[in-house]
Design a protein around this ligand. Structure first.
Ligand SMILES: Nc1ncnc2c1ncn2[C@@H]1O[C@H](COP(=O)(O)OP(=O)(O)OP(=O)(O)O)[C@@H](O)[C@H]1O
Ligand SMILES: [Mg+2]
Length: 253
């Protein structure tokens, strides 16, 4: 059976206004329903690539979402299909209340207020933040903010979820809860992360990006067990795998 493509990126290059090149001819396909992990060292271009998937940044090259090429004209439609959750929830939340932030998208798309109220309530329940409607987002903990930031995207009923460092800064229990929450979303997912354990738990395939180039892509079970490949790009195997592999003395001699 041929899998439908959710996202196709072809020969994408991007220069920031200060002329530094962050993406160098990136090509990548993500199948519908798949979870793809995007790993790479600091400054590799992970966040920059995610920002292209919903047209927040526009580089040279092609980005196609569900068969449709992203252009200036269809930017709004594409943004509804690709929900991007930033690494820092403070970049996502800007309204005085949690309700205001989660209701912002649906209200802006012309949904009726009673419908929006129901959607907000359902979505806050889904992310475990029911009862926080009247709270000020900037008074929430990081973990709570991350849940609300995810809600602002899920409430739009997107097809594709692009997550930047979803577990960054979370405590172990918060991290596990957030991983369960992501895992429960039946969507196509692209996850940029330094959390190799998360990549191992959630991702079907993993792409390594380094210095703006995709240097490897394959099944998570191949990429995340290739210690030499990972080390070349300043990455490490998921800790759980290491402990089940060879003893420490054999690996670090
Ligand atoms: N606003 C900006 N202006 C200029 N250069 C930028 C800007 N944002 C990022 N860069 C540069 O682009 C490159 C890619 O950065 P990016 O944030 O995409 O990396 P990353 O893989 O997400 O890193 P990290 O793991 O630290 O989050 C880096 O060299 C970075 O310095
Ligand atoms: Mg980043």
């Amino acid at each position: 059976m041929v899998k439908m493509t959710a996202i196709k990126v072809e020969n994408l290059s991007y220069w920031y206004p200060d002329s530094s090149q962050a993406l160098r001819g990136v090509s990548l396909e993500i199948a519908r329903g798949e979870t793809l992990g995007l790993v790479g060292p600091n400054g590799a271009g992970k966040s920059t690539l995610l920002l292209h998937l919903n047209g927040t940044l526009r580089g040279d090259g092609i980005v196609e979402v569900l068969g449709e090429r992203l252009t200036r004209k269809n930017l709004d439609q594409i943004r509804r299909k690709v929900g991007l959750v930033f690494e820092d929830p403070n970049d996502q939340l800007f309204m005085p209340t949690v309700f205001g932030d989660v209701a912002f998208g649906p209200l802006n798309s012309g949904r009726d207020e009673p419908v929006v109220r129901r959607l907000v309530q359902e979505t806050l329940e889904a992310v475990g933040m029911e009862g926080y409607e009247a709270h000020a987002p900037h008074h929430l903990s990081l973990g709570q903010k991350k849940r609300v930031a995810l809600a602002t995207v899920l409430v739009m009923d997107c097809d594709i979820l692009a997550l930047d460092e979803p577990t960054g800064g979370l405590d172990p229990a918060g991290r596990e809860g957030f991983i369960r929450l992501i895992s429960a979303q039946p969507l196509t997912k692209v996850i940029a992360t330094h959390d190799m354990e998360l990549a191992w738990q959630l991702c079907d395939r993993v792409a390594i990006i380094d210095s703006g180039e995709i240097v490897a892509v394959g099944p998570a079970s191949d990429i995340l067990t290739d210690e030499q490949l990972l080390r070349t790009h300043k990455l490490r195997c998921p800790p759980g795998l290491i402990y089940s592999h060879a003893p420490y003395s054999e690996r670090y001699q």
